[in-house]
Design a protein around this ligand. Sequence first.
Ligand code: ZID
Length: 213
Amino acid sequence: GKRAFIAGIADDNGYGWAIAKSLAAAGAEILVGTWVPALNIFETSLRRGKFDESRVLPDGSLMEITKVYPLDAVFDCPEDVPEDEVAESVKQDFGTIDILVHSLANGPEVSKPILETSRNGYLAAISASSYSFVSLLKHFIPIMNPGGSTISLTYIASEKIIPGYGGGMSSAKAALESDTKVLAFEAGRKHNVRVNTISAGPLRSRAAKAIGF
Ligand code: ZID
């Protein structure tokens, strides 16, 4: 079977959870990377059965999450856990993976029009939403099996004007899409690993509610 690492699950409402379920239903082993501030509540909820209804797979069995890792895609505090440490832990625990999913984004000033966005807000959006994928791929690629596949989630606000998707998040998705092409070229040639991004439709995740979408 394939082994998948999904970065960006902190509850059962987002894309990461839904992707994990599809991969589990297809027979993959599921490893999860959860943002440090959300880690405790996610693991506790999981253990106490709060997600059991959402864990039901088409065949009636429950999705198993083999291990949850702390992950911080920005890591500006010493207690945060950067991508290299996570990849190293996964390597020690399991050796290799086949599938890498990036389902995370953060734009602290997302509700501000870009014209009112601060430099810090803009750079934070790019850091958490775009460079986080570059960094994740860079650190996981050495432990990815040839023929492996990586995916991220984007949004059409990268190409078209969508008022309300501010704070540099439209810029961050444009960067993510451009990087997807360049990284597909590099990772494909060097490691035989595919790189794709899916432009997602609306889903009432925690992140989407925070923007009022
Ligand atoms: P989510 O809250 O389930 O996932 C985001 C995750 O990122 C959370 O688990 C956070 O804890 C985690 N996170 C944030 N910062 C960090 C960090 N520094 N380090 C580690 N983890 C961190 O929300 P989601 O499922 O909406 O988001 C997953 C991906 O889907 C993101 O890349 C989104 O940009 C993308 N996406 C979502 C939607 C949507 O509707 N939910 C859309 C497009 C793309 C979209 O916004 N019409 C209107 C809006 C949209 C589509 C159509």
